[in-house]
Design a binder for this molecule. Structure first.
Ligand code: ATP
Length: 297
């Protein structure tokens, strides 16, 4: 029988619609999932932002890594962060789900909001935040567990699902991550036995299994071969209908192929932010033009 995740405690709580612009719910995040009834269609307009970053400064000790960054990240789109090494792309990404909390000398000021949630608040529940804002790293990092247990890990932590509900959710996540057909006969085998590209798709399945609203991807393809890279890019294209994706990439072709919006960073500042087509074909800033055309960086 198909499990009903929306009957679970955590999900019910998170489904609360708090404001007009905060309509992303787990119900929507799981839309299409066998575990959730059909979501009420929600009008997505350009005005709806998954993340609002206003005048964000960030430091590591005395070193200021971000200077007054302002970017509004639209819902259900792919936004690419590009720029030369050390310009602050990952720092910004890591504030979005508070991974920087693991760095004692990191601090930030300014505004970083997801709907009504202040992501910089000291009192935020970071475990719950990381369920709502998933992250996939440059190097795939499956747990030393079975393929099944990797995907089931988050749901076991955050939801009260019985065995069959969990099995359905694991299958759904692996299908979404375009990995099901390759692993369905070896779910109990170690995840570390998968190829690099498969491991990365597994990490994406693991991230979406808990119904995040936003998926952060920090150079997810930089360790992959062209075929696996293409698989991940296809996947992003598929996932964008349900999730907001933010990707850090050094690959200009990838940014121009996969993203709707692009932000170009330089020395901790956003030099230019706008529709990807425009950034790549008609940038307003000379520095952006030089970077996207490969003249520096
Ligand atoms: N843990 C840290 N401690 C001190 N400084 C750091 C730390 N992490 C990053 N930095 C510094 O902050 C700046 C921005 O780093 P960040 O990793 O955000 O850049 P990036 O644009 O993602 O670079 P890359 O493309 O090479 O990954 C760099 O100068 C970097 O050296």
């Amino acid at each position: 029988m198909v499990p009903r995740i929306n009957s679970m405690n955590t999900v019910t709580k998170a489904n609360t619609v708090t404001s007009k612009n905060t309509v992303t719910t787990e119900k929507e995040a799981f839309a299409g999932s066998p575990t959730i009834q059909t979501a009420t269609p929600t009008e997505i307009s350009q005005e709806q932002f998954a993340l609002e970053i206003l005048n964000l400064d960030s430091w590591y000790g005395d070193f200021q890594a971000l200077h007054g960054v302002t970017i509004k990240i639209p819902r259900n789109q792919v936004t690419a962060f590009i720029g030369p090494s050390g310009c602050g792309k990952s720092t910004l990404l890591r504030w979005c789900n508070r991974m920087n909390d693991t760095i004692a000398i990191a601090r930030a000021s300014g505004t970083l909001r997801m709907g009504d949630t202040d992501l910089l608040s000291k009192s935020i529940d970071v475990v719950d935040l990381r369920r709502r804002v998933g992250i996939v790293f440059q190097k795939a990092n499956p747990f030393p567990k079975s393929i099944f247990d990797n995907v089931a890990f988050g749901p076991r932590l955050h939801m009260k699902a019985n065995r069959s509900e969990l099995a359905d959710l694991v299958e759904w996540s692996l299908r979404k991550a375009a990995l099901w057909d390759e692993v369905k006969d070896r779910l109990n085998k170690p995840a570390l036995g998968l190829s690099g590209g498969q491991q990365q798709r597994l990490c994406i399945a693991r991230a979406i299994a808990v119904g995040p609203e936003v998926l952060l991807m920090d150079e997810p393809c930089s360790a992959l071969d062209p075929a696996s890279t293409l698989a991940i890019e296809d996947l992003m294209d598929e996932l964008r209908t349900q999730y907001t994706i933010v990707i850090v990439t050094h690959n200009m072709q990838q940014a121009s192929r996969c993203s709707d919006k692009t932000a170009f960073f330089f020395e901790g500042k956003v030099v230019e932010y706008g529709p990807t087509d425009r950034i790549f074909t008609n940038p307003e800033n000379k520095q952006t033009e030089d970077y996207v055309s490969g003249r520096f960086g």
